[in-house]
Design a protein around this ligand. Structure first.
Ligand code: SAM
Length: 286
């Protein structure tokens, strides 16, 4: 359908690696409590705006008996998800015109998508495809805590690079990214006004601090490398002649960070995010 997101906003690798961490089994208990689903029955779940499929993959692990479909309008994401995430039916399509019949799903779920789709159509489409008493789960990223290790601070060369390639174009505005952003107070009101009942909210804290001993070395290094991948992807997407020099600088910095981690030289850098979960019930009479 299109590749707007993967080519202009967040690449496949950036999204997949960062979300894979955020939906790691380590955080499952928090999500399980907030989702409050009944896994004893064979749930039919639809993920909307699934990107490359990290949440759908987690849902498949957490609800192994569920039948899961996931939709996104970006072809690159769907292609990647189909190749890398087993057990889920991935579909290319629009959240504003879901290609599913009415009363099909027990659960609809989305992560960081409600900010980008016009709320009236976002919710009315979910109401339509949800069964009576189906559960609508909307996940939205909230301001967290970010602290950068000294060895990862932006170098003067990188700053010059970014200044040189800035063409003044506002990509986020151009593609309506975050156009429908709402506060924590507004989100549940809109779900309620869209006809959902028993609306509730909750917050999951996803603490990505590699030096925290509660994480395995594999997970800690995945945190560092996920950030590396997102920085590299941003530079590579510019297609500037300077790309390979800046790529080397970034790799040197992240290699140094990994070395410090392996030596036990703690930096306590963190990317702790808060995921708000808004949950409502579809009462067909509403
Ligand atoms: C911030 S990304 C989140 C992706 C995924 N949920 C995740 O957490 O990795 C927003 C996603 O919404 C998708 N999206 C935006 N508008 C859409 C629409 N109208 N229909 C389907 N997908 C849409 C984008 O293609 C992108 O994959």
């Amino acid at each position: 359908m299109n590749n707007i997101w993967s080519e202009n906003i967040q690449g496949v690798k950036t999204l997949y690696l960062s979300r894979k961490l955020r939906f790691d089994d380590f955080f499952y208990k928090q999500y399980e409590a907030l989702f409050s689903l009944k896994p004893d029955k064979k749930l039919k779940i639809l993920e909307i705006g699934c990107g490359p499929g990290a949440l759908a993959d987690a849902l498949h692990r957490w609800y192994p008996d569920a039948e899961i479909a996931a939709i996104d309008r970006d072809s690159n994401f769907i292609e990647y998800a189909k190749e890398n995430v087993p057990g889920v039916e991935f579909v290319e399509g629009d959240a504003a015109a879901l290609p599913f019949e009415a009363d099909t799903f027990d659960v609809t779920i989305s992560n960081t998508v409600c900010e980008h789709v016009e709320p009236e159509i976002f919710y009315s489409e979910q109401k339509r495809v949800l069964k009576d008493n189906g559960v609508c789960l909307v996940l939205s990223a909230r301001k967290g805590v970010v602290q950068t290790a000294d060895c990862l601070k932006m170098t003067e060369d990188e700053k010059r690079f970014w200044e040189s390639i800035s063409d003044g174009e506002n990509i986020l505005e151009k593609y309506a990214v975050g156009k429908y952003y709402m506060t924590e107070k507004e989100l549940p009101v809109v779900m309620e006004n869209s006809g959902f009942a028993d609306v509730s909210t909750g917050y999951a804290v996803i603490d990505l601090t590699p030096d925290n001993p509660k994480y395995s070395s594999g997970m800690a290094e995945d945190m560092i490398n996920a950030e590396r991948a997102s920085k590299l992807e941003a530079v590579q997407s510019t297609k500037s002649k300077e790309t390979s020099r800046i790529v080397d600088i970034i790799n040197e910095k992240y290699d140094a960070r990994i070395e410090l981690y392996r030596k036990g030289n703690k930096q306590w850098d963190t990317d702790t995010s808060i995921t708000m979960v808004i949950r409502g019930i579809n009462r067909k009479g509403n």
